[in-house]
Write a protein that binds this ligand. Structure first.
Ligand code: ADP
Ligand code: MG
Length: 336
């Protein structure tokens, strides 16, 4: 089982940023409103993610580090419509097999916090406010070959920050802070309620800069449901902000796409977005955008890859069309 976990780890964990992504996913699933990430040596020596979420009850502790142990889905049917970021129950087990893990948590309504050390499996009572801290030390300590593939601390740190940035753009209702070697690297304060446009606008400005907001327009589009079709296509909502042509960059480094709140990289979406700029962007210029696609979760498969960064759409033509129309429409409007 240890070996299987290590193999799974190879798929889930490529570098410290992969661990950061999984731990922040878990904190968000736990309902955190503030998440603090602390790193040493670009995350290789230490990744600690602290949250104020619902915590882990004492009797659930032993499960947290077990493979395929998840508290999030009870049946295969639920896998069709996962609403949480995690659902496979393999991230912590995988990470624990290639690093030195510790989980410190106090569940809401409980008087005690507990510390679970991954190496010994020992559970000790400790003091902590409600919430969870997961610490991952010496990543890849037992697999020097993998450790050798890591880049400089500065590069690994940049990847970790990017991982948090992706979450931050999806959740303006949650505050984030990143510390490296005791220094505050980024801080994005909680902006308001989930789903509120002013909160999203504030978060976009905080994370991507006021320049991004000033040189972009709102996207707000809903495809029409077509009940007449034999394969009934439910509504696809596309919203967010799309950069004006003058905001285009030489690299595609400011293209953020979310499907049902999950950051994804998807060719259908990026192609559709790019095609809306066809007539106004020449050469290799890349548009900037933050697009949020909300759709029937049973029409999108998020279980394609362990990192969950890829998705498969059941109706990819409908998604393409919705994104294309959404951006077309936004770019045609007067700047707002
Ligand atoms: P998954 O997220 O797919 O369920 P993980 O391996 O990432 O699997 O986590 C295993 C389990 O540990 C979760 O299902 C959850 O019950 C618990 N857990 C992990 N991190 C946290 C956290 N920050 N707060 C509360 N519970 C957590
Ligand atoms: Mg998880």
């Amino acid at each position: 089982d240890e070996l299987i976990s290590q193999i799974a780890a190879g798929e889930v964990v490529e570098r410290p940023a992969s661990v950061v992504r999984e731990l922040v996913d878990n904190a968000l699933d736990a309902g955190a409103s503030q998440i603090t990430v602390r790193l040493l040596a670009g995350g290789v020596r230490l990744i600690s993610v602290e949250d104020d979420g619902g915590g882990i009850a004492r009797d659930e502790f032993p499960m947290a580090l077990k493979r395929h142990a998840t508290s999030k889905i009870a049946s295969l049917a639920e896998l069709e419509s996962v609403g949480t970021m995690g659902f496979r129950g393999e991230a912590l087990a995988a990470i624990n097999s290639i690093a030195d893990c510790a989980i410190l948590s106090r569940a809401s309504g409980q008087n005690h916090a507990y510390l679970l050390e991954g190496q010994t499996g020992e559970l000790k009572p400790v003091a902590r406010a409600e919430g969870t801290t997961v610490e991952v030390k010496e990543l890849f300590f037992s697999t020097p070959a993998r450790r050798k593939f890591l880049k400089t601390d500065a590069t690994e740190l940049a990847h970790c920050v990017e991982a948090v940035r992706r979450h931050a753009l999806a959740r303006p209702d949650v505050g984030f802070a990143i510390w490296h070697e005791g220094r505050l690297v980024e801080q994005w304060r909680r902006c308001g309620e989930a789903g509120s446009l002013p909160a999203l606008e504030q978060r976009l400005a905080d994370v991507l800069g006021s320049d991004f907001v000033e040189r972009s327009v709102w996207v707000d589009f809903s495809s029409a449901a077509t009940p007449g079709r034999p394969d009934y296509a439910p509504v696809i909502k596309v919203w967010g902000r799309a950069g004006t042509p003058d905001a285009a960059r030489s690299r595609a480094d400011q293209q953020f796409c979310y499907v049902n709140g999950r950051f994804v990289r998807d060719k259908v979406v990026s192609h559709a977005a790019r095609s809306a700029y066809e007539d106004v962007l020449h050469g290799q210029r890349q548009p900037v955008y933050a697009l949020y696609i909300d759709m029937d979760p049973t029409r999108v498969d998020v279980n394609v890859h362990p990192t969950k960064i890829e998705v498969r759409f059941r109706d990819s033509r409908d998604v393409h069309q919705a994104v294309r129309r959404a951006v077309d429409q936004a770019l045609a409007l007067p700047r707002a």
